[in-house]
Ligand binder design. Structure first.
Ligand code: F6R
Length: 609
């Protein structure tokens, strides 16, 4: 989604803004722009890549500036809709959606303000200019103007002849970077590593001011927040390599191959332990987890799929009822709250608007046992929850989530085993066995990655297909859903995931020689049932691509292609079986020549609903 970079510094900040926008490209965008103060305003905008904006900006020198990548919500991607939006000498960049923009626009139009774009953002620029008439201080004007906004926003504002940049945050991410020669702000830390590691995460309701020699923050209650007492300064531990492509062609490829390290880092805290402590999830976890009557998992997209796998684990191991809901549905439906229920929010970014709102909704319904499973410390979802488990996948830049998913699964398995232990359902041997299996995961995933050459060969056969069906059973059914999501999002092939037992209740009607059917066939209790389902496909002329285990006894025959994973991995098998599906979609996308890391219409961090 939209990305913001802002800088006030002694150095020329134009290269900083451009480099920052390039680091935010992964969030997804369709146009880009910047405004520089010299001390009057220069605005540059372009549709397409940041590289085009960089060409326009060549030769520019400035010490104050704001920059933006836009992911269109209101108004088509075009230069006139690209940010910054300007009202006389005021320029604004914005991430989020202003829900009451139509009524504000009407009011401002009646007041004589002329709109030149279709965006909701332009109302913010005019509103600040209007407020400046009665409140001539930019900081105060931004505070008063944003108080009238309904919706989500992170904004950066500058005004001609003013040596500050003013920022405000409500429901969309924004952080400050404290530099040696100036101060900076951005939507995420990766944009600012080029100039500083010292970051302050703004909170909802904060208004902040960047000057060359310092920063000032005023919180939602209108009182000044002291740095570092009220807004601690975090030293970012991200390394430049974490966000660089290195020897890889795409971030998605890099992130698929980083999964062994990502899993090892996530599981580092269990070390060589033979027993699990609930404190892994936070100091209040022993009490909160022990008293949980049931589990409600809230998430979107790929994170939702990890929750679906966890349901199988939690109910089987811990014997506690577990439901999994798409966050955007849960937040708006009338549900039956249970104050004793453990609410688990799963999110790679920690900023997904629907997931965040669903946790707030659960809390408003009286459910205080909240746990975030998240890849970004200090993100909004982590801060919203009482308990936290941080996956340590490192930054995930490719829009299609891969290593975040497998590390979420590892975290959720730890949760299931912890709940089982607290419910008195584990022998010490079983507990030690699960921990050993978890520790072996990085090696097991490494072996699965070795299937890549064979998967490449399969991928060529998918490139001319319009549709594909993914089948799985039991805790591999969510892996079928995830495989289908990966294929559709980066190769644009229409794909559906189905529990194989549902085939003859409808989807079998779609099967013919043009519909490849991908099946996950681990050697588990449902294998024989799955084989019968596969026969139904073969009998209708469907071409089967089966990911089996070494000992699954599924044989190659005309129309049935089989790749074997090195070992059967019991309950943790979904973590292994998703890897070849990630590789398959990656290679199909390569053959089709689509933009793997930035698929059309999608954004990485979905900060609007
Ligand atoms: C798909 C994908 C998305 C995200 C979803 C939730 O590959 O990445 O479906 O999983 O937008 O995002 P997070 O996990 O950041 O809340």
């Amino acid at each position: 989604m939209c990305g913001i970079v802002a800088a006030v510094a002694a150095r020329n900040i134009v290269p900083v803004l451009i480099e920052g926008l390039m680091k935010l490209e992964y969030r997804g965008y369709d146009s880009a722009g910047l405004a520089l103060l010299n001390p009057t305003l220069t605005r540059l905008r372009s549709v397409g890549r940041v590289a085009e904006l960089a060409e326009q900006a060549e030769g520019q020198v400035a010490h104050h500036g704001i920059a933006h990548t836009r992911w269109a919500t209101h108004g088509v991607p075009s230069e006139r809709n690209a940010h910054p939006h300007v009202s006389a000498g005021v320029a604004v960049v914005h991430n989020g959606i202003i829900e009451n923009y139509a009524e504000l626009k009407q009011e401002l139009t009646a007041d004589g303000y002329v709109f030149t774009s279709d965006t909701d953002t332009e109302v913010i620029a005019h509103l600040i200019r209007q407020t400046l008439k009665s409140t001539p201080d930019l900081f105060e004007a931004v505070r008063l103007a944003t108080a009238r906004l309904v919706g989500a926003y992170a904004i950066a504002v500058l005004q001609e002849w003013d040596d500050r940049i003013v920022l405000a945050r409500h429901g969309a991410p924004l952080l400050l970077g404290l530099g040696e020669d100036g101060n900076y702000a951005a939507s995420d830390a990766s944009a600012l590593l080029q100039v500083t590691r010292r970051m302050i995460y703004l909170e909802d309701g904060d208004v902040a001011e960047l000057r060359r020699d310092g920063v000032r923050i005023v919180g939602a209650d209108g009182t000044a927040a002291n740095v570092p007492a009220d807004r601690p300064v975090h030293e970012s531990t991200l390394s430049a390599d974490d966000v660089e492509l290195g020897d890889y062609t795409h971030y998605m490829q890099k992130e698929i191959f980083e999964q062994p390290q990502a899993l090892a880092a996530t599981l580092e805290m269990i070390g060589g332990a033979q027993t699990l402590s609930p404190n892994l999830f936070g100091v209040a976890a022993p009490e909160m987890l022990a008293g949980a009557s049931s589990v409600l998992i809230l998430a979107c997209g790929t994170s939702y799929h990890s929750g679906l796998v966890a349901r199988y684990w939690i109910e089987q191991l811990a014997g506690i009822p577990c439901s999994v809901e798409i966050a955007s549905e849960y937040r708006y439906r009338v549900s039956v709250p249970d104050p004793e229920q453990l609410v688990v929010a799963i999110s790679q970014s920690g900023e997904t608007a629907d997931t965040l709102a669903s946790v707030k909704h659960a809390r408003a319904l009286g459910m205080g046992r909240t746990l975030a499973i998240c890849n970004v410390a200090e993100s909004a979802i982590v801060r919203e929850c009482a308990l936290r488990f941080l996956t340590r996948a490192g930054p995930e830049i490719g829009v299609a989530s891969t290593k975040a998913f497998t590390t979420q699964l590892a975290a959720l398995f730890l949760l299931a085993v912890t709940l089982a232990k607290q419910a008195g359902r584990l022998t010490p041997e079983q507990e030690a066995g699960y921990l050993t299996a978890l520790r072996h995961l990085p090696v097991a995933v490494q072996k699965v990655l070795a299937l890549e050459p064979a998967i490449k060969v399969w991928a060529k056969r998918f490139a001319d297909k319009q549709h594909a069906l993914f089948l799985g059973r039991g805790h591999h059914y969510p892996i079928a859903l995830e495989g289908a999501l990966k294929l559709k999002e980066i190769s644009y092939i229409h794909a559906e995931g189905y529990p194989a037992g549902e085939l003859k209740h409808g989807p079998l009607a779609l099967v013919d020689e043009d519909m490849p059917v991908i099946s996950i066939a681990p050697n588990d209790a449902l294998l024989e049932k799955l084989k019968s389902n596969l026969k139904e496909v073969a009998a209708r002329g469907g071409e089967l691509y089966v990911f089996a285990d070494a000992d699954s006894a599924v044989d190659e025959e005309p129309g049935v292609h089989v790749l074997r994973l090195p070992e059967h991995y019991g309950l943790l098998s979904p973590v292994l079986h998703v890897v070849p599906l990630q590789l398959l979609s990656y290679h199909v996308a390569l053959v089709k020549g689509t933009d793997v890391d930035k698929p059309r219409n999608l954004a990485k961090s979905v900060t609007v609903e």
